[in-house]
Design a protein around this ligand. Structure first.
Ligand SMILES: Cc1ncc(COP(=O)(O)O)c(C=O)c1O
Length: 393
C-alpha cells in the first residue's frame, strides 16, 4: 500500500459536526477548574470534568504540588523500577493501601494503562474474563490484549453473570470484571453480590472504582466501603484523575500480586513513573478527604440532587443513576451534539456521549455537578434547562 493510500484510510467524516455546526470535542480550555472555567474565550459553568469534590484547583493541593516541583523538579525521567521510585511514590502507595483498605498498591501513569497492564501480566490464554457489557474501554482493551476468552454478561445482571460462570469450568482461572460506578449511566454495580458469586465459582473479582474512589462510602473510600466489603480478596483499580483530582491509576490487592506486577507488568516497568509533584498532589487530596469528606460530599450531593430533581421535574429523560452523575438521554448523535451546543451557547459545558462510545441512538449528555458549584451557578443552570425545554416544546 502506498503512503498516500495508507493515510487516505484515516479520512475523518465530519458530516455530523457540519450538520450541528458545532464540535464539542477538543475545545480549548484556558483556565483551571473553578466554579466557572474559560473555554474558547468564554466563561462557562463546568459540568464536564470529573472534579467531584471540587478540589483540583484547591490552594493546598497547588501548594503541595509546587513544593514538590521545587524539591524534585519536573520529572524523575525514569521508570519506577529504576530511579523513578521516589519517596513520594512509596508514601503514596502506602497511603492509598490504607485508604482503600487493601494490603499493597502500585501506581501506573494512568488507570487506562493500569487496566491494560494488569491483565497483560496476569491473564493467560487458558483463562476466561467474564466482563460487564458496559465496562470501560480500558478494561475491554486490556482483556482483549491477553488473547484469552472473553464472555460479556448483561449490565449489572447477576443472573446473566451466574449463567456465564456455570459454563466456565474448563478454564484455568476465571476473572470477573466490572466497574463500581458506570461512567456514562451513573449506575452502581451490586459488587457485594458479585464478590459472593465469585466465591461460589472460585473466580477472582476485579473492580474498577475510578468513579467511586473519593465519592462513595461514608468517608469517601469508594465501593468497598460503600457496600461494606471487608474481606476483599480480588483486584482493585482506580483512576487518580477524577475525585482525587490528579493523575495516575492505582492497583491494589494482595502483596504477592503487587510484588509480581512490580517486576512483570510491562506497562509499569517500561513507562516513566509519575513525577513526585503529582504524587504530592494525590497525598494532599487524601489528607483533605480525610479531614473534610463530610462537608465536600454534602455539597456534591446537594448539587447533584438539586439539579437532578429540577431536570426530572422539567420533563428531561434521565438515566436512573444512583451515583453523582446525571445523564440526559438525547437519542441520536446529531440531537446529542445539538443539545451540547445549546448548553454551550448558554455557557454550560457538558460531556456528550455518542456512538461508538454508547450504542447507536443511545446518546447521552453527561453532567457532573461537583462540590465547588456555587448556588448562583446551580440556579442559573437550572433556569437554562427550563428555558431549553420550553423552546423544545
Ligand atoms: C471507569 C474508568 N476506568 C478507567 C478510566 C481511565 O482512567 P485514566 O484517566 O486514569 O486513564 C476512566 C476514565 O475515563 C474510567 O471512566
Amino acid at each position: 500500500m502506498s503512503c498516500e493510500a495508507f493515510y487516505g484510510k484515516f479520512h475523518l467524516d465530519d458530516q455530523l459536526i457540519r450538520k450541528a455546526a458545532f464540535n464539542p470535542y477538543y475545545l480549548t480550555v484556558q483556565s483551571g477548574l473553578n466554579d466557572m472555567i474559560i473555554i474558547e474565550d468564554e466563561e462557562v459553568v463546568d459540568l464536564a470534568s470529573n472534579n467531584y469534590l471540587g478540589i483540583a484547583n484547591d490552594q493546598r493541593v497547588k501548594r503541595a504540588v509546587v513544593e514538590a516541583v521545587n524539591k524534585y523538579g519536573a520529572s524523575m525521567c525514569a521508570t519506577p523500577i529504576s530511579v523513578g521510585f521516589s519517596d513520594l511514590y512509596k508514601e503514596t502507595c502506602q497511603k492509598l493501601s490504607s485508604f482503600i483498605g487493601l494490603e499493597d498498591s502500585l501506581i501506573y501513569p494512568s488507570c487506562y494503562q493500569a487496566n491494560n497492564g494488569v491483565f497483560s501480566a496476569i491473564a493467560k490464554q487458558d483463562d476466561v474474563i467474564v466482563i460487564d457489557q458496559f465496562a470501560h474501554s480500558s478494561l475491554i482493551e486490556g482483556a482483549r490484549a491477553t488473547g484469552c476468552k472473553i464472555r460479556p454478561f448483561l449490565h449489572n445482571n447477576l443472573d446473566s453473570l451466574q449463567n456465564n460462570l456455570k459454563n466456565c469450568e474448563k478454564y484455568s482461572q476465571i476473572f470477573v470484571v466490572t466497574e463500581s460506578v458506570f461512567s456514562t449511566e451513573g449506575s452502581i454495580a451490586p459488587f457485594n453480590s458479585i464478590v459472593d458469586i465469585c466465591r461460589q465459582y472460585s473466580a477472582l473479582p476485579v473492580i474498577d472504582d475510578s468513579h467511586g474512589i473519593g465519592v462513595l462510602g461514608a468517608t469517601g473510600k469508594g465501593i468497598l466501603e460503600h457496600l461494606g466489603i471487608t474481606d476483599y480478596d480480588g483486584i482493585y483499580l482506580a483512576s487518580l484523575g477524577k475525585a482525587l483530582a490528579n493523575l495516575g491509576g492505582v492497583v491494589s490487592g494482595k502483596k504477592s500480586l503487587i510484588d509480581y506486577l512490580k517486576y512483570f507488568s510491562s506497562h509499569l516497568v517500561y513507562s516513566t513513573a509519575l513525577p513526585p509533584h503529582v504524587l504530592a498532589g494525590i497525598l494532599e487530596v487524601l489528607n483533605i478527604i480525610e479531614d473534610e469528606f463530610d462537608n465536600l460530599s454534602q455539597k456534591m450531593w446537594f448539587a447533584r440532587n438539586t439539579l437532578r430533581d429540577a431536570l426530572s421535574e422539567s420533563g428531561y429523560q434521565l438515566s436512573p443513576a444512583e451515583a453523582p452523575i446525571i445523564s440526559i438521554r438525547t437519542g441520536d448523535s446529531v440531537d446529542t451534539i445539538l443539545f451540547a451546543k445549546q448548553l454551550f451557547i448558554n455557557k454550560i459545558i457538558s460531556t456528550p456521549f455518542i456512538y461508538p462510545s454508547v450504542p447507536k441512538n443511545k446518546g447521552v449528555i453527561r453532567m457532573i455537578a461537583g462540590a465547588n458549584l456555587s448556588t448562583k451557578n446551580l440556579d442559573r443552570v437550572i433556569s437554562c434547562f427550563k428555558e431549553i425545554k420550553r423552546d423544545l416544546a
